[in-house]
Design a protein around this ligand. Structure first.
Ligand SMILES: [Zn+2]
Length: 304
């Protein structure tokens, strides 16, 4: 299973993109690094360029601990609000600062708020490929309030740019796809249910995601003091369950084997081959064994 982390400062990335990056992101990410180390697990850290600029020592610590540094853009601007040129610049500047500080090649990207739509695929993929990236992990294959893609989509454009897509995990109930393996869904779902559902996922391809700020149980009162008022929608969606997540993470990390995208798929000794399949549930896995265009990219990628 892949453990992925979106490194951002809540006050800047969610509340208002114009706010400065604070030390809260540093402290909560250090706490998550300790947790991962305690369980001897590795992860991919999709990190904002503005966090790297403010806390370069954090980037070095993530890499020194054996984790993968990947990009989450520079300022957490939604892709659908940017022009193609702005996306190229946003991706490029974040990749550059992360590579300069870490000394490592950045190969992965996750769009802020999973803000990808099918009509954006062409120039989004072009921007990623131009910046030397090999994979994306931004497709949230179901529609929820803030993000996600409702209908089935084709990954032909990703294949055209030799980009692998590692979409987020979900469960299927009838014809509905429902998220559960990360973020607020992980926080509000009782752990026994998460455990039960996660066993149904393809263990090689399941993608868990979270933000360091979800460990920060004092942020809401700090934000209320600073800004007087935090809208109810944020209080409900962003802060509920933060007091339960550390306990759940201990269980999750002790019961599963996690790693980074880089170690699982892109290192010289990686055993797994990335496949641009549309789903990672076991029964659908069987249905997708035909060699459609989604599967061809992995073969061409590794034979070149
Ligand atoms: Zn984000």
């Amino acid at each position: 299973m892949i453990f992925s982390v979106d490194v951002e400062d809540w006050c800047q990335s969610v509340l208002d993109n114009n706010n400065p990056v604070t030390d809260r992101v540093l402290n909560s990410t250090l706490r998550l690094l300790d947790l991962l180390e305690e369980h001897d697990q590795k992860a991919t850290f999709f990190t904002l360029g503005n966090v790297a600029a403010k806390h370069p020592e954090l980037i070095r610590k993530i890499v020194d601990n054996g984790h993968e540094i990947a990009s989450h853009g520079y300022n957490h601007h939604s892709i659908f609000n940017l022009s193609p040129k702005q996306v190229r610049e946003d991706v490029g500047s974040s990749v550059k600062i992360l590579e300069d500080i870490s000394g490592k090649k950045v190969i992965g990207f996750r769009a802020p708020d999973f803000s990808i739509r099918e009509y954006l695929f062409e120039w989004y993929c072009e921007a990623l490929a131009e910046n030397g990236l090999k994979y994306d992990s931004s497709l949230f294959p179901m529609k929820v309030i803030k993000y996600g893609i409702e209908k089935e989509y084709s990954l032909k454009i990703f294949n055209k740019y030799h980009l692998n897509e590692h979409y987020l995990s979900y469960m299927k109930v009838g014809n509905m796809k429902l998220p559960f393996f990360g973020g607020g869904y992980f926080r509000i779902t009782p752990y026994f249910l998460t455990k039960h559902l996660s066993k149904k996922l393809n263990q090689d391809r399941a993608v868990f995601y979270m933000h360091p700020y979800e460990l920060d149980t004092e942020e809401l009162s700090a934000m209320k003091r600073e800004f007087n008022h935090i809208p109810l929608k944020w209080r409900l969606s962003q802060f509920v369950g933060r007091n339960t997540i550390e306990n759940k993470l201990h269980k999750l990390l002790s019961e599963n084997n996690f790693t980074s995208f880089e170690r699982e798929y892109y290192a010289e000794d990686s055993a797994s081959i990335p496949r641009n399949t549309l789903s990672n549930l076991d029964h659908e896995e069987k249905e997708s064994t035909n060699m459609g265009p989604e599967n061809i990219v992995a073969k061409t990628y590794f034979s070149s």
